[in-house]
Design a binder for this molecule. Structure first.
Ligand code: C2E
Ligand code: MG
Ligand code: MG
Length: 529
């Protein structure tokens, strides 16, 4: 990956890792704020409903008491009783008597002259005979209005404010609705009646409690269970915000305390990887690669016919195995430089040996990128020209990973072969489409992967695979080299199966050139038949 790209990705990942918990914290804060507000609203609506029911209960009880009176209506004795009733019920302001649209008398006003205080037809009459005048003017004070509730010619007057007289620090809007009439008859001072009436109409279909969120307000509707009453509460968002801010700070603190360490962790992880990649990059620049050589032996007589060059990274005085850095090198676009350096090391370390034993060979592992063009071939050609080393002494090991673009790979492989370099398929059997390659790729040999050799002599199902690969290779006229032979039993089995060559600890471990040269010159000339 390009350095700049890597940085961008790292920064994005780190930011995401930091912001994700913060986002969750803020989201939870929002949920909590909403939940708390809903709870508070609900508690408030319950209190308001109970209050309205209480006032209404007093009105009904007062009417009942009036119906029990035995005195002639509006006589002095009757008026005394009416006053007693207004004093008994704290919310009742006046108790009066009416007949056929005319008020006759009341506790406060005494007898009323005919025509003096006309009573219009009720605004609403319930099926059980309750009459409602939702908004009647009060004598002596034009500013004030009362709710009149009447039955059987008796009525009580209530200040409409007593229905909504609930202590509220949040200044929410509250209205009480007569649900049969669907009409608001009491509301807090300054409440937006149109809005409340609309909210009631929109949310009154369900039964019991109902809550709704609107853009600028939360609304709760609560219906009384035993009276034709409902309460509508509307809480503006501004009230919620005060709550929300403190919760937001809490959410941010929690989110950041999880997000920042997570972000640091991600950043460290990424940059550590990045720095390892950077380290590898500078190692390649400073030519810090080394090569070890592992013998490849003829199974017929155990003589070494060649070696495989295996790269090592000299890092802080230690040799790092290729499995740990080759994939990174492939990703970082360093593999071609490594292949070139391995070739240079081989030629400088083994040049003499190769010239001395012209049938001895070195096989080189090439990377995915090396199979995409003829670049490495031309490097190879240039280095070998006039070196006294024959092309067939340098062999190419390609893994199936390199065949992702089969047409290009096929062309490159053919070019190596045309130039006299035998090509091997490495780790054969581990890629998932090995057989299809065999059909379309012309190669010289297969290296059977160690995992198949390991199963020889075991009961495992895969232990039957090796003989099939061998038989197939033979029928295609391909040489077979078995990898990872560790004991004699495996070697014997493979030899019986007709495998020509083997590689593994049984014949020799990967070793530095000096060691290889010593072993070979000591054993010459037979060892290198
Ligand atoms: P490979 O090409 O299949 O190499 C064989 C690996 O098996 C080597 O591991 C070798 O040390 C190990 N091996 C050989 N015989 C035995 C045995 O009897 N027992 C056990 N347990 N292991 C055995 P190494 O050197 O770690 O290389 C690993 C892989 O790295 C190689 O697998 C090859 O794919 C890759 N590699 C090595 N050098 C290069 C290189 O220069 N360029 C590229 N592109 N890849 C390389
Ligand atoms: Mg190999
Ligand atoms: Mg292999």
């Amino acid at each position: 990956m390009q350095r700049s790209w890597f940085l961008v990705v790292t920064i994005v990942l780190t930011t995401l890792a930091t912001l994700f918990p913060v986002g969750i914290g803020v989201f939870m804060a929002q949920l909590e704020a909403n939940r708390r507000e809903a709870d508070q609203l609900s508690v408030f609506a319950d209190a308001a409903t109970r209050r309205a029911e209480l006032v209404m209960t007093q009105a009904i009880n007062a009417l009942q008491d009036m119906e029990m009176l035995r005195e002639e209506p509006c006589t002095p004795a009757n008026l005394v009783q009416l006053r007693r009733i207004t004093y008994t019920y704290s919310y009742i302001q006046d108790a009066g008597i009416y007949r056929a649209g005319k008020r006759l008398c009341s506790a406060l006003l005494g007898p009323i002259e005919p025509g003096q205080l006309p009573l219009p037809p009720p605004d609403w009459r319930t099926p059980d005979g309750l009459d409602y005048w939702f908004d009647q003017p009060v004598p002596f004070n034009a500013q004030r209005h009362v709710v009149l509730i009447g039955r059987n010619g008796n009525n009580v007057g209530l200040d409409s404010q007593v229905f909504v007289d609930v202590v509220d620090r949040e200044s929410r809007m509250l209205a009480v609705v007569q649900t049969d009439a669907g009409r608001i008859f009491s509301a807090t001072q300054g409440a937006n009646l149109t809005r409340l009436q609309q909210a009631y109409s929109e949310h009154s279909y369900g039964s019991g409690a109902d809550a709704a969120q609107e853009d600028d307000a939360s609304i709760v509707l609560r219906k009384s269970r035993n009276m034709p009453l409902a309460v509508v509460v509307l809480a503006p968002r501004a009230a919620l915000l005060a709550n929300w801010k403190s919760l937001l700070i809490g959410g941010l603190v929690v989110g950041l305390s999880a997000g920042v360490p997570l972000g640091i962790l991600v950043w460290r992880r990424a940059t550590r990887r990045f720095s390892l990649e950077g380290e590898l990059r500078s190692a390649v620049r400073r030519h810090e690669m080394a090569v070890h050589y592992q013998p490849i032996a003829s199974l017929a007589d155990n003589h070494w016919v060649g070696v495989e060059a295996l790269v090592r990274w000299r890092r802080n005085g230690r040799l790092v195995r290729p499995n740990l850095f080759i994939p990174m090198a492939e990703n970082a676009g360093l593999i071609q430089q490594i292949t070139d350096q391995v070739l240079d090391i081989i030629l400088s370390e083994l040049g003499t040996l190769l010239r001395r034993f012209p049938s001895f060979y070195v096989s080189i592992n090439v990377g995915v990128e090396d199979l995409k063009s003829r670049r490495f071939l031309s490097v190879l050609n240039a280095r070998l020209r006039g070196s006294g080393i024959a092309p067939q002494q340098i062999r190419i090991e390609a893994t199936e990973r390199g065949f992702l673009e089969p047409d290009v790979a096929r062309d490159t492989i053919q070019a190596f072969r045309d130039a006299g370099h035998p090509v091997y398929i490495d780790d054969f059997g581990t890629g998932y489409s090995s057989l299809s390659y065999l059909q379309s790729f012309k190669v010289d040999a297969l290296k059977i992967d160690k995992s198949f050799v390991d199963t020889i002599g075991q009961e495992a199902a895969s232990s039957t695979v090796a003989p099939h690969i061998i038989a197939m290779a033979q029928s295609l006229g391909l040489q077979v080299i078995a990898e990872g032979i560790e004991d004699k039993m495996q070697a014997d089995f493979l030899r019986e199966q007709g495998v020509d060559y083997g590689q593994g600890w049984l014949f020799g471990r990967p070793m530095p050139a000096v060691e290889l040269a010593q072993l070979m010159t000591r054993a010459t000339p037979q060892a290198v038949a």
